[in-house]
Ligand binder design. Sequence first.
Ligand code: DX5
Ligand code: ZN
Length: 223
Amino acid sequence: MQIAPSILAADFARLADEAAAVADVADWLHVDVMDAHFVPNLTIGLPVVEALRKHASLPLDCHLMIEDPDRWAPGYAEAGARNVTIHAEAATSPVRTLRAIRAAGARSGLAINPATPVEPYADLLPEFDMLLLMTVEPGFGGQHFLDLVLPKVRRARELIGGRDASVWLQVDGGVDHETIGRCAEAGADVFVAGSAVFGMTDPASAVTDLRAMAARAAAAPRD
Ligand code: DX5
Ligand code: ZN
């Protein structure tokens, strides 16, 4: 069970302090890289990731919402990101790029949007360490969770295997105290939360609470 606070909801002028606020309770720091082409928003890129590597202690979980990830993704791994996730909708050569990410020393991730089915990527499972299911349309923080993705979370868990499987199942978008339980119950084991962590007055206790809720829901018997 991993909790990855998204710095998209943090104060960009105080990133090191914001990262420090969750350093003892979170597992990774989720870094949303957007290029204003793949998604209609522009956030941060490689220089900020390099700076965070120096000034933040948590491993960096880089989510690339950019065109041409085949070209740019290995650079994030070389910069020291622990995980580098590319979008299936944007990659021309996902197998080659996922392998390049691993070769550069990071764990590889594949992300899909709410309308993208998971089944076509089942054969690629050996090529990635994490499957990211977007639970909002990518591009902005603070959106409403899309319940329509939950059946896909269940199908993805079946494809990946049980909870001790080697591939993580990450959900991203609108994950908060109301929705995290449904995600965990459906089989997710990595939870990205932006507003529900950095939008709170006490980000550290928000992480602790979210983790407890996810653990409770995952342990609950299914019908
Ligand atoms: C959205 C990003 C998310 C975003 C989540 O495109 O990929 O990581 O930061 O923010 P919340 O948790 O506020 O929906
Ligand atoms: Zn993200």
